[in-house]
Design a protein around this ligand. Structure first.
Ligand SMILES: [Zn+2]
Length: 82
């Protein structure tokens, strides 16, 4: 079975201040909770079949991932008194 894999290649910026952050967005991941349907079948108060919106993807069938990366100076052995 085929599978899509998304990867992040980390490369520090040429100039950064300690603690600076960057955010990457990876959009359009299939919602595993509803299998991408965006809804589940349910019933209303009269017993009729009705679509119930997926609580995780809010009906879109997809979810987005936001990854925040914070850059800091590396700690070398002995630099922190250890
Ligand atoms: Zn969903």
């Amino acid at each position: 079975m085929s599978k899509t894999t998304r990867m992040i290649e980390l490369r520090h910026p040429d100039h950064f201040r300690p603690g600076s952050k960057e955010t990457l967005a990876s959009r359009g991941h299939l919602c595993n909770y509803c299998s991408g349907n965006g809804f589940f079948w349910g019933s209303d108060q009269y017993g009729r079949r009705t679509k119930c919106e997926c609580p995780l993807c809010k009906g879109s069938g997809e979810v987005d991932a936001f990854v925040t990366i914070e850059w800091k100076p590396s700690k070398r052995e002995g630099s922190d008194g250890a």
